[in-house]
Write a protein that binds this ligand. Structure first.
Ligand SMILES: Cc1cc2nc3c(=O)[nH]c(=O)nc-3n(C[C@H](O)[C@H](O)[C@H](O)COP(=O)(O)O)c2cc1C
Length: 361
């Protein structure tokens, strides 16, 4: 199956442009923005641009397979659609459309607790891995209840986001007096602020068989503590630069997280991963999968589920090209010997991975 958008979108930046045209200015800014000075957001890009490839030649790359596996399920690329709340503001079908897009593209998805998706809707996500992501909005019993509901509903794993103990100041929204309807309705932030390792231990002990993932790990120290608590996966992320400002870029943090985990848990990472080359860099460093946030929202806003599928198709083309030119035919062959530190060549920005966007193409 193909997206049917092969002629409409021949490069990724065309999808970004189409999303910008379709979305109203407030929603666009909400989507692309970060916290205060947006330094963390730019550092996400800068960290990726600070890695160069070390290609190997004269190896048989006549067949290249960029597929991977999560939770025992084969996926087309080592990517998961990251949890994004308020998906309905980008496209009326919201989480249901995203599930269809993930299913059609055969990639994994994390569904945010801010976007509801019922049991009958999850199956629209096809056979791929599905993870439920929670913001803590109640006491330990409330959290346990959500875990049970999600697992009964058929999710494969459960993710708790831990980098939102305080809600950040996103000045693009604040300065425009743009009050998001889903934020006005949100209650229970105090529970998230109070949630600690002890609370997580209680939940984990109550559900010994559930695969837990903690999203928003930003240091080797916390990655180690997460492993001591028996997590299934550590998700290295700074929320796309939307929470703590003046943090480090995720790709700069990833090596210390991987080194601290020492193989005890799976590793996911996100933060400005926008091109096939970015995904390959994460796999070279030792990540198991890459989360995509804004990028798939552009696909969603541009053309619904087929827009997400088209994004996957283009990323696949890019990944195959990079892998072939690095001299590998499968992801398993990638390791740190294929990358080295480098000086970025341009100023980072939320769309700096798409230079042609600004050149009128
Ligand atoms: C509009 C928007 C809403 C988000 N909502 C959530 C959410 O509900 N839960 C969550 O854990 N992360 C949320 N995130 C963070 C993403 O899951 C992800 O960490 C981030 O977008 C990755 O960076 P990228 O957009 O540069 O790929 C959101 C991000 C965006 C852009």
């Amino acid at each position: 199956m193909a997206s049917g958008l092969e002629n409409e979108f021949v490069t990724l930046h065309e999808i970004v442009k189409a999303a910008k045209i379709r979305l109203n200015a407030n929603i666009w800014d909400y989507l692309i923005g970060g916290t205060e000075t947006e330094t963390t957001l730019r550092r996400n890009r800068m960290a990726l641009d600070s890695i160069a490839f070390r290609p190997r030649v004269l190896r048989d790359v006549s067949k290249i397979d960029p597929s991977s596996e999560i939770l025992g399920k084969k996926i087309r690329l080592p990517i998961m659609l990251a949890p994004v709340g308020s998906l309905e503001s980008f496209e009326p079908g919201g989480g249901i459309t995203v599930a269809k897009g993930a299913g059609a593209g055969n990639v994994g998805m994390l569904i945010s607790s801010v976007t509801t998706l019922k049991l009958e809707d999850i199956v629209k996500g096809g056979n791929g891995p599905k993870i439920y992501q929670l913001y803590v909005r109640g006491d330990d019993d409330w959290v346990a209840d959500r875990v049970k509901q999600a697992m009964d509903a058929g999710y494969d794993a459960f993710c708790i986001t831990v980098d939102t103990q305080v809600y950040s100041r996103r000045e693009r929204d604040i300065a425009k007096r743009f009050v998001k309807s889903w934020r006005t309705a949100a209650t229970g932030q105090d529970h998230q602020a109070a949630f600690s390792w002890a609370n997580f231990k209680k939940v984990k002990d109550k559900f010994p068989d559930v695969k837990f993932m903690l999203k928003g790990i930003g240091t080797g120290e916390d990655a180690d503590i997460a492993c001591q608590h028996g997590v299934w996966a550590v998700y290295c992320s700074n929320h796309g630069g939307r929470q703590l400002d003046h943090g480090r870029g995720s790709a700069a943090v990833l090596p210390e997280v991987i080194d601290a985990v020492k193989g005890r848990a799976k590793i996911a990472v996100d933060g400005s991963f926008s091109r096939g080359s970015d995904i390959v860099k994460a796999i070279c460093m030792g990540a198991d999968w890459v989360g995509l946030g804004r990028l798939y929202c552009y696909g969603l806003a541009a053309a619904g589920a087929p827009g997400i599928e088209r994004m996957v198709e283009l990323l696949e083309e890019e990944m195959k090209e990079v892998m072939g030119l690095l001299g590998v035919s499968s992801l398993k062959q990638l390791d740190r010997s294929f990358i080295s530190a480098a000086t970025p060549t341009n100023l980072p920005g939320v769309h700096s991975a798409f230079p042609l966007m600004h050149e009128g193409y």
